[in-house]
Write a protein that binds this ligand. Structure first.
Ligand code: C5P
Length: 403
């Protein structure tokens, strides 16, 4: 059932657009509220009248309509939905999404939304197979856009191959599966650390590392996506604050630890930050002068280990504490040693040798080590790693873990 769910359905212009009428009916039968945006091309295949009659709400078509903008501007359209569904998604609209273009109402709403998006591509087989389309789809996948189809089979123009729009009932099932999973961590509290830390040398210089924060931010977003009340403690990162997450910005390891302790108690803590191991013992209060004689000798002091501290937090210990191990060799063995040393429950080990491209890149190959077994995950985008981890955490609690 989809009672009370608000779906923004974006219909783009392929012959499969006629199936969107059936999709609207099936969604409404299940109790969903469906609001529709049609591209100009979609209106060549189905009429706004048919769409609005089935949706029981006006179909939105024009970014420049004064009445539409005053009644229901593109930003409200983008935000007042629990899920945005693009069906059919043409090669053109996928390309515009991948590029972040905003040249009509559909693409503008897609750029303006921070809600989850599900695309159902439909196009000719050669358009689907074209490297440009494949690159666009890969880019959208890495961004966490969900996808159903296309299916293989006879195509409208008499050819056959990949490119058929998934059947309306398959799209409905994907939407139901999305919502079924989306509340699995409701009532749980989560803490995630992310990014590097900056350890000052003087007011303008610092020691840092190459962590981007991509993985930690994606984990916070995925946990929040499953309904967890999530706090993200982030070192300096270019990643935007994830939606529906309370983000606390810190600079140093000591600030990060304090922010984590302030967020307790939580059910699960995921330490994905690349915390600097050392800080300058006595950072200079004024900028060090380079013409002051010999280069300064930096005396380093050890930073607190946040993962270890949270793992030993006594009555406040999160039920599940998860760390990462960046290794360049003997990945699993070193990870298990690290798990014991830190006192955490799971370690997600990954290979960060320079040739792996993990740091700052988009892909991770994870081995989940939990003391009893090792799970080898296939190479996944950081977003996909985050979603898999969030589901694994939800399954752990659902099976009674952490009691
Ligand atoms: O000891 P190492 O840095 O290899 O351990 C990595 C794991 O420990 C990561 O989960 C990282 O977030 C966490 N860590 C931490 N505080 C530190 C150092 C590492 O939370 N000071």
């Amino acid at each position: 059932m989809l009672s009370g769910r608000r779906i923004l359905l974006i219909i783009s212009g392929g012959i499969a657009a006629y199936k969107s009428l059936e999709l609207i009916r099936r969604l409404r039968e299940r109790g969903a509220a469906v609001r529709c945006i049609m591209t100009a091309a979609a209106q060549q295949f189905v009429t706004p009248l048919a769409v609005s009659a089935l949706a029981a709400e006006k179909a939105y078509t024009d970014l420049w309509s004064l009445t539409d903008e005053s009644e229901m501007g593109h930003l409200r359209l983008a935000q007042e939905a629990d899920l945005v569904v693009v069906a059919p998604a043409t090669a053109d609209l996928l390309a515009r999404m991948a590029m972040g273009l905003a040249d009509d109402l559909a693409s503008t709403a897609l750029l303006a939304t921070d809600k989850p998006i599900l695309v159902a591509p439909a196009m000719n087989v050669r358009m689907w197979q074209h490297p440009a389309t494949q690159e666009n789809v890969a880019r959208l996948d890495a961004r966490g856009v969900r996808r159903i189809g296309p299916n293989a089979g006879p195509l409208a123009e008499g050819e056959s191959g990949m490119g058929r729009l998934a059947e309306p009932l398959e799209i409905v099932a994907a939407i139901e599966a999305f919502f079924a999973g989306s509340g699995r961590l409701k009532g749980r509290r989560a803490l995630v650390t992310s990014g590097p830390t900056h350890e000052p040398i003087d007011p303008v210089r610092y020691i840092a590392n190459r962590s981007s924060g991509k993985q930690g931010h994606a984990i916070a977003a995925a946990l929040a996506g499953l309904g967890a009340e999530t706090v993200l403690v982030s070192g300096p990162s270019r990643e935007p604050d994830p939606p529906s997450v309370r983000t606390v910005h810190v600079e140093t390891a000591r600030d990060m630890l304090a922010a984590c302790e302030a967020a307790l108690p939580v059910d699960v803590a995921v330490c994905a930050a690349a915390v600097a191991d050392w800080r300058v013992a006595a950072a200079a209060e004024q900028k060090l002068k380079k013409d002051a004689g010999a280069p300064p000798a930096l005396v380093l002091a050890e930073n607190p280990d946040i993962l270890k501290t949270l793992s030993a937090a006594g009555p406040n210990r999160p039920k599940l504490v998860i760390g990462f191990a960046a290794e360049t060799e003997h990945v699993v063995r070193h990870a298990e040693e690290k798990r014991r040393r830190k006192g955490c429950d799971w370690i997600l080990a990954n290979d960060v040798s320079p040739q792996s491209g993990t740091f700052g890149g988009d892909c991770n190959t994870i081995h989940l080590v939990d003391g009893a077994a090792v799970e080898d995950w296939p190479p996944l985008s950081k977003r996909a790693v985050a979603e898999r981890l969030a589901k694994r955490i939800a399954a752990y609690f659902a099976e009674g873990g952490g009691r």
